[in-house]
Ligand binder design. Structure first.
Ligand code: SF4
Length: 187
């Protein structure tokens, strides 16, 4: 297990490209307007209602609460958790593909909630633009994804910028940080 706590939100970034975590961290606040394109700003907006706790006033709905998972040394926030129904939901602006990184973010939140003593019955992703819900199997019901989750955490633990080499040109072609990135395969 990593000695440095790992941010839950960085799991999806790491799957895309480890270097993008660095860029993501420096454009987290007001720099959003300088670096992010319109689509990504909209993606950020998808979490605004829960960030300001306006998504629901139901007392049984936990929103935007900070969590820490000791087992995996992960920290971050959950998007929405319906305590009564035991449903954990991560909202995205629009889901075109259910990326592994989305599922790993849910797993991290799931393990943190369990440690806190909550009963989590269902995991799901919610695509806000088209109002679609994607059910996600819990890690104990999906051995393959659970192993991938563990492998990802080990990979993050061992990661070094010194030895990293991006080999997937498609990722750099689709990366908003490409103009700033010295690791780009295009350079
Ligand atoms: S430009 Fe390429 S190497 Fe740099 S962050 Fe983006 S995907 Fe990663």
């Amino acid at each position: 297990m990593s000695e440095t706590p790992i941010s839950i939100s960085s799991l999806n970034d790491f799957v895309f490209c480890p270097v993008s975590i660095y860029f993501h961290s420096i454009d987290a606040d007001e720099d959003d307007l300088l670096i992010k394109d319109e689509y990504q700003l909209k993606g950020t907006d998808s979490h605004k209602s829960s960030d300001s706790a306006t998504y629901s006033t139901k007392k049984s709905m936990l929103q935007n609460i900070c969590v820490y998972c000791e087992q995996y040394n992960l920290y971050g926030r959950i998007d929405t958790f319906d305590v009564e129904k035991g449903i954990l939901t991560e909202r995205k602006k629009k889901i075109k593909t259910v990326f592994d990184g989305y599922i790993f973010q849910l797993y991290a939140q799931y393990f943190a909630l369990i440690e806190m003593g909550y009963t989590v019955k269902k995991l799901r992703l919610y695509s806000m633009d088209d109002n679609k819900i994607y059910s996600v199997k819990k890690p104990e019901s999906n051995t393959e994804m659970y192993e991938k989750f563990n492998a990802l955490l080990k990979k993050i633990d061992c990661f070094s910028f010194e030895t990293f080499c991006q080999e997937n040109a498609e990722k750099c072609n689709n990366c908003i940080y490409e103009p700033l990135c010295s690791f780009s395969i295009k350079k």
